[in-house]
Design a protein around this ligand. Sequence first.
Ligand SMILES: [Zn+2]
Length: 423
Amino acid sequence: MKKITAIAVLILLQLSIVAQKTALLAKVLIDGTGKVINNPAVIIEGNKIVAVSTKENIPKDITVINLGDYTLLPGLIDMHVHPSITDDDYQVAHLRTSSAAKALIGLKNVQDLLSAGWTTLRVAGDADVGYANMEIRNAINKGLFVGPHIYGAAHYISVTGGGGDINFISPEQKITADGLIADGPEEIRKAIRNEIKYGSDWIKLLVTGAFMTTGDNPKNVHFSLEELKVAVEEAARRDVPVMAHAHAAEGIKMAVKAGVRSIEHGSFIDEEGMDLMIQHGTYLIPTFTVGLYFEEKIADSKALAKAVELGKKSREGMYSAMRMAFKKGVKFGLGTDNVGWPSPYSAREFGEYVQLGMTPMQAIVCGTKTNAEILKKENEIGSVEAGKLADIIAVKGDPLKDITELQKVKFVMIGGKIIKNEK
Ligand SMILES: [Zn+2]
């Protein structure tokens, strides 16, 4: 009798395991590695993809989710977001918005992004005195909220008078800046140790001036080569990579020589900088969408007047430099510099890559597989392959013919959980 019960339990267990398997069917799969599979069946068990097959080959007793003529893709990865920024006057928003409020705002933003197909985000520092973005990540990882995978830096580290400082208040006023201010090797070491202590798994440096800040110039280099080397060395001892906000050609070269993993923006890059990036294997994240957003949606913002003007003035040169960088073989990741726009707008970045001369497939690979490599998470995310997390999205049309389809994501699954399923 005992034996029979044991066998019955075993059968039931096996049945439940089989029942947990799901086959996701669609017309086409763009798997993130550059491959296209027709009539795909993605087999999911728990939070992982266990096999990628075709419709004819699925086991009979499996749960089926049939997305008809939709196209499946890996969840998108944005390498440059600021979840707690929503105001155009973001440099002073933290003076009237508590870190707790920023956490709520940021949580809403990252959930909206997940729903638009962005299953992984890298935060490039935030305009928050506290650590709201890290707490959002921790809460999601604990399972308190549904949200994307989050990596990144709590703050952007800046020199006094740089892009993370407030440069339009009288010297008598002592206020806390939105960025983390550090001057000289010792302050940089301290700032980096604090960032890592409170959860940053990336360090963000404002190597040059910025477009968005008042009172600085993106063509100026702010940190010295010595400071940059110290920053990379300090972070590397904790196995933390560095992302460098750098517009000026000289700043880009200095950051690459110092050993940063990615250059953010890279607006005024020259050929020597491109060659150095290729030589060092540094990734480039141009972030076109933010400039388009300012110009198209909030061009009348007084707080962003400088950014809008600089964007207009430098766009042509920037695009032709990026075109050359791509042709030469600089490795492109993909990030948007999201500062709180309606989330589907982020996928605009893919279209800009096509304008640089990439095929839609190459642009998609940048925003999936390559981004996963930059994060050193290529064994977990970035493609629809056996062994990876089941982070899968679907669009109605064919993004290889019309890349704007990525702005209309209809189905989102993260870690095997369906977040959105629109017909
Ligand atoms: Zn940014």
